[in-house]
Ligand binder design. Sequence first.
Ligand SMILES: C[S@@+](CC[C@H](N)C(=O)[O-])C[C@H]1O[C@@H](n2cnc3c(N)ncnc32)[C@H](O)[C@@H]1O
Length: 381
Amino acid sequence: MNDAMDEEYETIMNSTSQQSYTTWAVIQGALIDPRETETKEQAIAHIDTLYESGIPFFTKRAIRAFSEQLKTQTTPGDKIITKDLTGARIEWKVKVGKSIDLIFGEDRENRKECVYKEPGVGYSSRSSLKKSLDWYGVVDSAYEPLCLMYRICQIDSGSKTKEIIPYKDTRDCDTVARDFREKIQAWEESETCRRFQSILSSEVSSHDIKKIVGLACGSLALPNNEHAAYQTALLVTVRKWLKERDQNEDIFCYMQDPMNTSVDREVLADIGFEMIDDPRGWLEIDERSVVLSVAPNVPVKEIIADTARPAIVIWNRVKNDDKDSTDPDSPRVRKMMTGYKLHEFGDEETWSDVVIYTRESKAAPIPRENGTFQDSPLGDE
Ligand SMILES: C[S@@+](CC[C@H](N)C(=O)[O-])C[C@H]1O[C@@H](n2cnc3c(N)ncnc32)[C@H](O)[C@@H]1O
């Protein structure tokens, strides 16, 4: 599907992985409170100043408030209200059920009937807020890192009931479960898995850990799921290791990826993981968590740098630059990582530049009252 804008200038955006893609309509927010108009250059400087002042771009409080409104504001025309980084209120119109014709592929005549389905939260890092200024100018929501989106589904125009057409055929549960068991076995027999377990034993044997959160692993139910399978298998190893260490105490295990399907839900439940919807993952992650996130389409590192100090994070190596990416290594992320020790997988073929970071302090750092940390100087009070 081509990127396109509908008649009300909502952005149509594709979120892709090796296996599949999801299409989202990103809604434009409107200012409730008046604000002075700024030029693009002023807006860029403003975003940088806000960032450098330490104001968290993401807080659990704001994400929770957004999520609560998604549950109650469900009728077209309802509104969701957020507060941007300057304190100004923004409103987002609920548009669930809206239908739209979209162009698929290169053929501009090849229009398909689609509908706005479940709502979701969009997350903009500092760099994507600045990049958006190039695309849209200084719009009302220029200083708001959260936005409202709708998953777009194609509907079968020919059918009486206007059924939703799934993007890709997922495989049945037994096939997925069998395939995943084989991948777990291959992972568990690997030298990399043995090395990984010895890192756990030497580095976090007395860290207090109660949760495992897998973010953006992709779907096990789709074909060509190597990455999803290996990333999930590693989390299964963490769970087993913790269960053994803590003599079978409860460990809460979650997987969040909007691409997951009902087949994922079943297969994950069999291995003790609960499939959860965005934005619950961000709210669950805390100082007693292990987090894995590889090549996400959301700024996972920036969200976590503002909201938590997990015991272990497994994600792409944090580099010393702020290169444009969906998950940038911004200065706050780099600052957070100074409290962590880096360990290599030693297996670039499977894990590429993914590395393991263990938190240096065994004791969980205590967040401020507003959920932020000492190394981010200002809160959102
Ligand atoms: C490029 S894929 C990476 C998939 C997999 N980790 C890999 O290594 O191939 C990006 C993934 O981010 C997921 N994603 C997008 N928004 C997300 C969100 N809010 N929470 C969790 N995952 C998300 C997408 O659905 C997609 O599966």
